[in-house]
Design a protein around this ligand. Structure first.
Ligand SMILES: Nc1ncnc2c1ncn2[C@@H]1O[C@H](COP(=O)(O)OP(=O)(O)O)[C@@H](O)[C@H]1O
Ligand SMILES: [Mg+2]
Length: 219
């Protein structure tokens, strides 16, 4: 469902130029849970931002469900992102003036679509162990709780592809296990999961593990 061919990203120019990603090849099947492990600075977030369409590559192609997505105009690219992709970005990203439940529902209000967002939001909050915080404001939550809000929010649109950037970095052991089991579960239901991490213990849940080293992806 996702094919990446010879993807490369260069930052800077002239003597400052630096390839953050080089010659990346990757295929992700529907329902596959792939983990990428790599040190800080190895290019993991750059790869996910390219797939999410938030960055443009210097070279290479990305095919999503058979379509070359790099040629899409901004409107179609954001449509794809809003309907087919869930992205747990590095950081938290909750809006402080909305409750946890409202944070989850917001994309549904901005881009109306089928379904009952409140019900789905409550179900997801239950799955990440935060239902009791539905009406709480993000400023009252810990880092780990905010991360779980971000994970629930990324799953709201029932994405075909979930991108997760170090999703368990702020979580304790029991929440880490719960989130990885949730990812395993949604992969078993057909969502492809692409998770990057620098934590070894996150790796046992995936179908395949790659290593990112200085911008190169190694099986
Ligand atoms: N906007 C940017 N401008 C210049 N260099 C960047 C930018 N974003 C990331 N980099 C560099 O690209 C490399 C890869 O970064 P990143 O993808 O964030 O790695 P990771 O997520 O594995 O920590 C790093 O050397 C980083 O400093
Ligand atoms: Mg990163």
């Amino acid at each position: 469902m996702l094919e990446i061919e010879n993807l490369g990203k260069r930052y800077g120019r002239d003597e400052n130029e630096r390839w953050a990603l080089k010659n990346v090849q990757l295929t992700v099947e529907a329902g596959e849970f792939i983990s990428i492990i790599g040190r800080s600075g190895s290019g993991k977030s750059t790869l996910l931002n390219l797939i999410a369409g938030l960055l443009k590559p210097t070279i290479g192609e990305i095919y999503f469900q058979g379509n070359a997505i790099l040629n899409l105009n901004d409107k179609d690219a954001s449509q794809l992102r809003n309907t087919k992709i869930g992205y747990v970005m590095q950081g938290y990203g909750a809006l402080d003036h909305l409750t946890v439940l409202e944070n989850l529902c917001l994309p549904f209000w901005l881009f109306p679509r089928k379904g009952e967002p409140r019900k789905r939001a409550e179900q997801l909050l239950k799955q990440v162990g935060l239902l009791e915080y539905a009406d709480t404001y993000p400023t009252k939550l810990s880092g780990g709780e905010l991360k779980r809000v971000a994970i629930a929010r990324a799953l709201m649109n029932e994405p075909a592809l979930l991108l997760a950037d170090e999703p368990t970095g702020d979580l304790d052991e029991s929440n880490t296990k719960n989130i990885l089991a949730l990812f395993r579960d949604i992969a078993d239901q057909g969502t492809s999961v692409l998770m990057v991490t620098h934590e070894m213990d996150a790796l046992s849940y995936g179908d395949k593990v790659y290593r990112m080293e200085a911008g190169q992806l190694i099986k």
